[in-house]
Design a protein around this ligand. Structure first.
Ligand code: UT7
Length: 330
């Protein structure tokens, strides 16, 4: 039986570190509020000359090196982002050209915070069915250029950060790798966390009226998102474990999307797990949307938190609402 395993990981965050104190010079907020409500102390913001794929390239280079593969070995690119370089074409195409991949397929997916786990699921299907041997899955986000840095946008803008993570998924006949993936959505909650403009409902699509009304900023009903996140995370983690007949106490690490430290702690409580079973680096990077799980996975590996044979769960929740999990035997 062919399975997909993670043969290499990498991540990159832009150089510029933005502290809570710096944000407090732009809007009515404070280090105390941000720390207490989210756990975040710093995030990284891209430089003016950087775009989304500029963050992705170093992450991909590391993942290829860790997998002992070269550009020519990759059969397919899956690029998860909600903040692409351009509206069209997808960032995967720009990355294909920049890094000199052959004329392989490049698929952008927009599943926001769940995008990386959805991408892993797609790659897993191609590898299990024998279509591809090595698939690159990237989560990369450049949110900082679309945050409303005024009092009006403070509930959203203090949360997000920029960054990229990448993995190579490779085929194996061994008893390891992605055991199963579980994907969900519930679009009736779409407007609790959305980016309304530019929209196909307006003519022309990009217009001053939308900008004047602030519809081009990410809008979020934080409490509503929080309320659903603390239910869906445990639910989908349990779903993944039950599908494979694995008990929670057999799991060495859960890597949740880094949405809010309070959400992760509440998820641990509801699962009946120690809070350190859930990996956290949101303190340093904020919420990097589709990039947060591959960044956390790469860091957890560097910190020797994952060993061969370990069961690891990736779990995501975000805009859509969408939520997803992957159970991996390392
Ligand atoms: O990636 C997945 C998507 N995102 C999430 O998962 C985010 C989920 N939601 C959250 O993380 C939290 O809801 C937030 C961190 C966004 C907000 O925390 P909260 O504890 O839910 O606060 P709140 O929205 O209930 O606001 C409490 C107070 C309000 O003031 P009043 O009405 O009590 O006077 C807000 O106006 O905090 C105020 N507030 C702020 N104060 C200082 C909101 N944002 C800020 C801020 N600084 N940045």
């Amino acid at each position: 039986m062919t399975r997909a395993y993670i043969s290499g990981t990498g991540f990159y965050v832009p150089e510029r570190v933005v502290t809570n104190a710096e944000l407090a010079t732009l809007m009515n907020t404070s280090d105390e509020w941000i720390t207490a409500r989210t756990g975040i102390k710093t995030r990284h913001f891209a430089a003016p000359e950087e775009g989304t794929i500029d963050l992705a390239v170093p992450a991909v280079e590391q993942a290829l090196e860790a997998a002992a593969l070269t550009v020519g070995d990759i059969d397919f690119i899956i690029f998860a982002t909600s903040s692409p370089d351009h509206y069209a074409p997808g960032s995967g195409c720009f990355l294909q050209d920049r890094m000199g991949f052959g004329e392989i397929g490049a698929l952008d997916i927009r599943v926001q915070c769940s995008g990386f786990v959805y991408g892993v699921s797609i790659a897993d299907q191609y590898i299990r069915t024998g279509s591809f041997r090595n698939v690159l899955v990237i989560g990369a986000e450049l949110q900082s250029t679309n945050l409303n840095m005024t009092d009006e946008g403070r509930d959203v803008s203090v949360i997000f950060g920029d960054g990229a993570g990448a993995v190579v998924l490779s085929a194996t006949e061994e008893d390891r790798g992605i055991l199963s993936t579980h994907l969900h959505s519930e679009g009736k909650h779409a407007k609790h966390l959305w980016l309304e403009a530019a929209s196909s409902y307006t003519q022309p699509r990009f217009n001053k009226e939308d900008i004047d009304a602030g519809r081009h900023w990410l809008q979020m009903d934080g409490r509503e998102v929080f309320r659903h996140a603390v239910v869906r995370f445990p639910e989908v983690i349990r779903e993944a474990l039950e599908a494979n007949d694995i008990a929670l106490d057999q799991v060495q690490l859960i890597i949740p999307h880094q949405a809010n430290l309070r959400i992760s702690n509440e998820v641990a409580r509801r699962l009946g797990a120690p809070s350190d079973l859930l990996y956290s680096n949101i303190q340093r990077y904020g919420n990097t949307t589709a990039a947060s799980i591959p960044i956390a996975l790469a860091e957890a590996l560097r910190e020797d938190k994952i060993a061969p044979g370990d069961y690891v769960v990736l779990a995501a929740f975000g805009s859509g609402f969408t939520w997803a999990a992957a159970l991996i035997k390392w």
